[in-house]
Design a protein around this ligand. Sequence first.
Ligand code: SAM
Length: 306
Amino acid sequence: MLSADHAGHRTPVEQSGRAGHAKPGSLTRRFARGPGTAGDGAVPGPRAVPAKTLRITRRLVREQVRSLGDRLVEWRTDRSLRFTDADRFGHELPDRKEMLRRAWHYACFNRIEGDYAEFGCHGAFTFRMAWHAMELVGTTARLWGFDSFAGLPEQVDRRDGHPRWMAGTMATSVERFHQLCARAGMTPDRYVVVEGLYHETLQSHASDPRPGLVAVAYVDCDLYSSTVDVLQFLETRLRPGSVIAFDDYFCTNPDGPSGERRAALEHFATSTWQLVPYVQFGWAGMSFVVEPRGGPEVGRPITAGP
Ligand SMILES: C[S@@+](CC[C@H](N)C(=O)[O-])C[C@H]1O[C@@H](n2cnc3c(N)ncnc32)[C@H](O)[C@@H]1O
């Protein structure tokens, strides 16, 4: 079927029977109109493009777009496989933050009564994260920070040994610690700092302030001997469902597990508590939920009646 434009010209494209494919105002249609169709007739329109040329052009454009799309996908894949500078920071702070968010969400949802206690808190990175997580879930529990603020103590036991842990490293003044807490919006009534070495501050006869029950404990004191003091201190402060997280659980020396993991393995072998794996975080961190060892519910079927 033949058709004509408004000026009465029949165009080659129309003659080829493909004019029906052109949308009003589209490039194809403008080309398809052919010469002398510029509107008022004063300026000649573009020359008609043969249908075969249009088909080839469309195919070439399609191929270019497809190849551009493929290159874009490859570029994005390459980027996603790489690490960024943020990944260089060994302890993967975002993972730690997420673990604390989960732990506090869990503690609040299950109404686990008790405070937050952190052992090894000098730079207040974790302490501030814990605070923000607690604010997020709306708990009014207190935060307790235990540290000498003088950096790692000397290694006193072979089980303290680790190539990375040097006495005196990781020190922050207690004044600086308070500044960091204030910057995070913490008010002095919400947190307590206990300054000193654990073999003094955590002893049962010590007069230092201490929490009652602990809902979430964060152990980041690296050394075996420090962790031994911490776990003895926590033994009577944990309750069923408390979370205990070890920042350096997967640390080892040529003798086998060292530091926090070694102390935890030994302590919980005879403790009244047993550890149920909870969230692993970063490459070194591991958290557990605390349950009574062989508690009354273990092995007893749950029944509806007495
Ligand atoms: C890895 S840093 C803690 C980092 C902290 N969690 C943060 O987010 O910034 C280890 C800390 O444990 C403290 N520490 C280790 N053993 C200790 C002990 N026996 N008594 C007191 N503080 C100790 C050190 O003073 C050091 O500040």
